[in-house]
Design a protein around this ligand. Structure first.
Ligand code: NDP
Length: 240
């Protein structure tokens, strides 16, 4: 039987490439999303991948969403915590709400999704968790104290949970993407983006498929000795 994978935020951007990459590699995939029904519908029609709508920031919705995936596809072996948002602003301008939304979605979502799937992984002595962090969680970024804190938190979360999973056949790793050509980066002003690209040694933005490549590597059955790691995929932007 094919292993079952949930990709949060799996209907567009990096998540879409991860969902498609997993499907093409023979996994049974559930792609989660939160609000954009139109994009999710088009994605499902294009790829044949089942889509599930819930908010990863909501603990109960994650419990119910995962239960539905299990009922439809079977027990969950792989969770890719990819859903993420930005609410950028300098400290002077950032409202408490923008802090909470980013922390609750980007970091709280990882907790909620692991909580909903961890027992099953323990029971079956197998699991693969991949958390999508960010170069900005490693290095910080002007106007992103919320995002950088959440993404940096993901790296600590990954290392701590990896220790719990290690003796039980469950690996927990993170990927820290650099700048990737998705809707999220399209929101960055052109003049700022130009300066960012100038600092990427490879000389361009990354492609979502290049992050999916890393996910496929980490979720493989053969990757059982890789845990607690952060894989930086950033065109050489920072040599961490
Ligand atoms: P996009 O904005 O293109 O897509 C985000 C996806 O997450 C969408 O599918 C969206 O669903 C989903 N999502 C957002 N909030 C929630 C929520 N509360 N519950 C469930 N799903 C949600 O993002 P990217 O593809 O660019 O980014 C994907 C991940 O990679 C994020 O975690 C991001 O922080 C990280 N990253 C991205 C980088 C980049 O350069 N693009 C660089 C470093 C890290 P819907 O369609 O319904 O809105």
């Amino acid at each position: 039987m094919a292993r079952v994978a949930i990709v949060t935020g799996g209907t567009r951007g990096i998540g879409e490439a991860i969902s498609v990459g997993l499907k093409n590699a023979g996994y049974s995939v559930a792609a989660n999303y939160c609000g954009n029904d139109e994009r999710a519908k088009a994605f499902a029609e294009r790829t044949g991948i089942a889509v599930y709508k819930w908010d990863v920031a909501d603990f109960e919705q994650c419990q119910q969403g995962v239960a539905k995936v299990v009922a439809d596809l079977g027990p969950v072996d792989i969770v890719v915590n990819n859903a993420g948002i930005t609410r950028d602003g300098t400290m002077r301008k950032m409202a408490r709400q923008g802090w909470d939304e980013v922390l609750d979605t980007n970091l709280g979502g990882c907790f909620n999704m692991c909580k909903a799937t961890w027992e099953g992984m323990l029971t079956r002595s197998f699991g693969r968790v991949v958390n999508i962090g960010s170069i900005n969680g490693q290095a910080g970024q002007y106007g992103q104290v919320n995002y950088a804190a959440a993404k940096s938190g993901i790296h600590g979360f990954t290392k701590a949970l990896a220790q719990e999973g290690a003796p039980k056949g469950i690996t927990v790793n993170a990927i820290a993407p650099g700048y990737i050509d998705t809707d999220m980066v399209a929101a960055v002003p052109a003049n700022v983006l130009e300066k960012i690209v100038a600092k990427i040694p490879v000389g361009r933005l990354g492609h979502a498929e290049e992050i999916a490549r890393g996910v496929l590597f980490l979720v493989a059955d053969e990757a059982g000795f890789i845990t607690g790691s952060t894989l930086s995929i950033n065109g050489g932007q920072h040599m961490y």
